[in-house]
Design a binder for this molecule. Sequence first.
Ligand code: UTP
Length: 295
Amino acid sequence: MRAVKAVLPVAGLGTRFLPATKAVPKEMLPVVDKPAIQYVVEEAARAGLEDILMITGRGKGAIENHFDRAPFLEDALERKGDGARLDAVRAATNLADVHFLRQGDPRGLGHAVLRARQHVGQEPFAVMLGDDLIDAQEHLLERMLDEQAARDATIVALMEVDPEHIHLYGIADAEPTADADVVRIHGLVEKPAREYAPSNLAVIGRYVLKPEIFDVLEKTAPGRGNEIQLTDALQVLASDEAVAGPVYGVVFRGLRYDTGDRLDYLKAVVRLACGREDLGPDFRRWLGEFTASLQ
Ligand code: UTP
């Protein structure tokens, strides 16, 4: 069975982006003119996941408002005859069926995923991190959903990272398969020092999980940072196939931005603005002049 539901944990505090995220959720920071989280919901919808559960927390109300209808705003735009902006406002509402559940205690990503248990039931499901932005031309999630269904396995997205960034990610102990984009994972280590890392393959914010993960998460003790880590639960699966079948990684070689990181966020805004039909030509011209002036 192919997954049809996505869980988006958005309860994190976004400390890397303070003070912007003091009163505004980091998922609502605009990337050009759409909040980062809308790109993620669009990606889910494109892959056929139209049932979305966001795990939220205090101070994340703006996300709920963004995916709800806005009658006063829509009426005002309608009266002005501003059809283009009206469509843009309504687009977020029509993408998918978005549900919200509060995490309660923010006890880590693993705990946030565990909160989805009732909604997900006994089906495979995707987990998508709200601050990981995959370029709209890529088909990573579709590929992961296909691999999950074909192999009846747990699937994580991996990306090769430079040695100096290894300590920022979960890193996979992996062996190649007959498919150049797919590796078999035997172990995962959360944010290891470079010298102890089993590879340079880092886990990025897309997973397709089996419902057995919930039982494992129930038993997962708080780990790094005193948080219940999804990586620790995945490590249990990867080290013992009897628990829930094998774990595979799909190695992604396309464009991805961590919009929770300030430098990556700036790169995302610039690159996406350059690619836009409306803003792109003027922005590229200005950017060319500006970079020339830096020489
Ligand atoms: P991060 O480690 O990126 O944490 O969480 P964060 O708080 O969002 O950001 P920084 O590092 O402080 O800037 C990874 C993902 O897990 C979610 C976050 O929203 C993010 O998508 N998360 C984390 C939860 O939903 N609940 C938690 O208790 C922790």
